[in-house]
Design a protein around this ligand. Structure first.
Ligand SMILES: [Fe+2]
Ligand SMILES: [Zn+2]
Length: 371
């Protein structure tokens, strides 16, 4: 057992626990009542909550609180409520909720090489899958090798990565030289590093780029850690970072059949101020309206970001051969391609998945003891 509770004190709207190591924790009464795990407050079959917090007064206070033994090596906070209900919280459970689990990110620069994993093992072996997903969550990028070269093989990844996230364009998207193509990737030109579908408010958060055949000269793949360079920019130029978080930038991708447009800041933060998403797509960026009051500041910040994104020191370049799949965390990692000579066959397919589904597959593997 970890630290135990040495004392409990009732305050205005919370119980203050003092742990044996001296740490103090405030446990709001409504939190203690809301998280009651008894058979009356939960659906026993599913463990889901049945209790609704509106059923007790907002100024609820316990009528009695005590520490009880709970088995040989744990103890529980036992609470009697004025309506006669009783709640018990094991100290070890409360202790486990003192901090919020956070993903450890590993930032990288141009010296980094994405780790390679065997395609069949990733599909067939839960431990190998867990290892890949952990690496992917940490770095935002991995490469699968010895993958099939048949078209639409990306569908096979769904048991690991979750269902394909469809967009307006093809479910499995073909990238080949195409004189009628609607996007720069269908030309032989270099494709600057970007993330896809910045023209959605929620762009696809995982992208799998599957090379079926690559016999052209040039056309090497490039990846950049968007989060790593944004963190550097935030610490060196906080004002510029702030402008990128607040000025809305329109992005558009379209064809004869489809139209996809959204305006959002280039950087999204979560409620803790952590970077949640970068949107960077030079080819699909539209003019920021002249009515934008911070337009001048925005351009100074965007220039700085564009310089950093295109700095060779930030870019990892490698060749994707036929039978290789590049997995990118779409909200974090930017990808691109060097210019190529159209002197051989080249066929890339890509499809999107969702980061939540990848992350929670690892959780499932851990919870069920499969990995
Ligand atoms: Fe792309
Ligand atoms: Zn209960």
């Amino acid at each position: 057992m970890g630290a135990s509770i040495s004392s409990l004190a009732q305050n205005g709207d919370a119980l203050t626990a003092v742990w044996s190591d001296g740490e103090r924790t405030d446990l709001p009464y409504l939190w203690l009542r809301d998280n009651c795990g008894c058979g009356e407050c939960c659906v026993e079959q599913t463990t889901e909550k049945r209790f609704h917090v509106f059923r007790v007064p907002s100024d609820l206070k316990p009528s009695k609180v005590e520490i009880e033994a709970a088995g040989s090596d744990d103890e529980a906070i036992s609470i009697a409520w004025p309506d006669g209900h009783r709640t018990r919280h094991r100290s070890s459970d409360v202790r486990g909720l003192l901090s919020r689990p956070r993903l450890e990110l590993q930032y990288w620069d141009g010296q980094f090489q994405p780790r390679r994993f065997n395609y069949q093992r990733f599909l067939a072996d839960d431990s190998a899958a867990a290892e890949l997903i952990e690496e992917f969550l940490r770095t935002g990028v991995c490469v699968l090798v010895d993958a099939p070269t048949e078209p639409d093989s990306l569908e096979e990844l769904a048991p690991r990565l979750g269902p394909v996230r469809e967009v307006l364009f093809e479910r499995i998207h073909n990238v080949k030289l195409d004189p009628k193509g609607y996007n720069i990737a269908h030309t032989a030109l270099a494709v600057g590093v970007h993330n896809d579908f910045t023209s959605y408010t929620w762009p696809p958060s995982v992208q799998a780029l599957h090379m079926l055949v690559n016999e052209c000269e040039g056309g090497a793949s490039t990846v950049v850690d968007g989060f790593g360079l944004l963190e550097a920019l935030r610490s060196e130029h906080p004002d510029k970072f702030d402008v990128l978080c607040s000025v809305q930038v329109p992005f558009r991708i379209f064809s004869d059949e489809y139209e996809c447009y959204a305006a959002n800041p280039m950087v999204d933060l979560d409620s803790d101020g952590e970077i949640r998403m970068i949107r960077f797509n030079t080819a699909q960026m539209q003019a920021v309206p002249l009515s934008e009051p911070r337009l001048g500041e925005f351009y100074a910040a965007y220039h700085e970001l564009s310089s950093r994104v295109n700095d060779p020191g930030a870019q990892v370049t490698f060749r994707l051969e036929g039978g290789m799949i590049l997995l990118c965390a779409g909200h974090r990692v930017l990808h691109g391609r060097t210019e190529m000579v159209s002197n051989g066959a080249r066929h890339l397919q890509d499809a999107y998945f969702e980061h939540d589904n990848v992350r929670t597959h690892l959780r499932l593997l851990r919870r069920t003891g499969r990995a």
